[in-house]
Design a protein around this ligand. Structure first.
Ligand code: TMP
Ligand code: MG
Length: 212
């Protein structure tokens, strides 16, 4: 159509606590979108492959200590450094399915003593705003049935519970809360159907900024 702008990709984020099945659902969504002819790529935060990401990885694996404010800012910097590439991909029509984003950044840091949600949000302001967030929730009972947490920092019941409470504070109209206590297939079908609508409604929408 003359005068029409190129269609952009959608920016879709998955959030939730550990063991909610986020990573599996992210991969399945990318696969299903590609099968349906929608160009889609999977990204993950933290991106442990960059110089900043390697520091975050050492911190999470408990092989080094980093002061709490400093590690918060490193997680944020790890998103800022991805912005040029993400913007380019979205503008070129690629849908991004992103495993964790700023909401994890705030939910986990604000779970620490003396950290407020507001303070944690500040450095995230101005990052690309997702078109949609799928928030996968799991009751503590079902989470317990899924076996022990791993050995990374934050993989403890108390921290996960505080993070879950913080996620609840961050929800807005762009979020869908999904009870993850279903079969992988049922979950993946429900998410795919919703995601296709997001892909459609994002095509002509301007990219926006988070928390401005
Ligand atoms: P992962 O298990 O999805 O790789 O995430 C690693 C841990 O890092 C997880 O416990 C959540 C936490 N996290 C933060 O504390 N801040 C952040 O900004 C992100 C993306 C994750
Ligand atoms: Mg993990």
């Amino acid at each position: 159509m003359p005068g029409s702008v190129a269609e952009r990709g959608a920016f879709i984020v998955f959030e939730g606590c550990d063991k909610s099945g986020k990573s599996t659902q992210c991969s399945q969504l990318v696969q299903r979108l590609n099968d349906a002819g929608v160009k889609a790529e999977l990204l993950k935060f933290p991106d442990r492959t960059t110089t900043i990401g390697k520091m975050i990885n050492s911190y999470l694996q408990q092989s080094c200590q980093i002061e709490d404010h400093a590690i918060h800012l490193l997680f944020t910097a790890n998103r800022w450094e991805a912005m040029p590439r993400m913007t380019e991909l979205l503008q070129s029509g690629v849908t991004l399915v992103v495993d964790r984003y700023s909401f994890s950044g705030v939910a986990y840091s604000a779970a620490k003593p003396d950290f407020s949600v507001e303070w944690c949000q500040q450095p995230e302001r101005g990052l690309l705003r997702p078109d949609h967030v799928f928030y996968l929730t799991l009751s503590p009972e079902v989470a317990a049935q899924r076996g022990d947490y791993g050995t990374e920092r934050y993989e403890k019941k108390e921290i996960q519970a505080k993070a879950a409470a913080n996620f609840d504070l961050l929800k807005d109209e762009t979020w869908t809360v999904i009870n993850a206590d279903k079969t992988k297939e049922d979950l993946s079908t429900e998410i795919f159907e919703h995601a296709m609508k997001v892909v459609d409604s994002s095509k002509q929408a301007e990219l926006a900024q988070l928390w401005l």
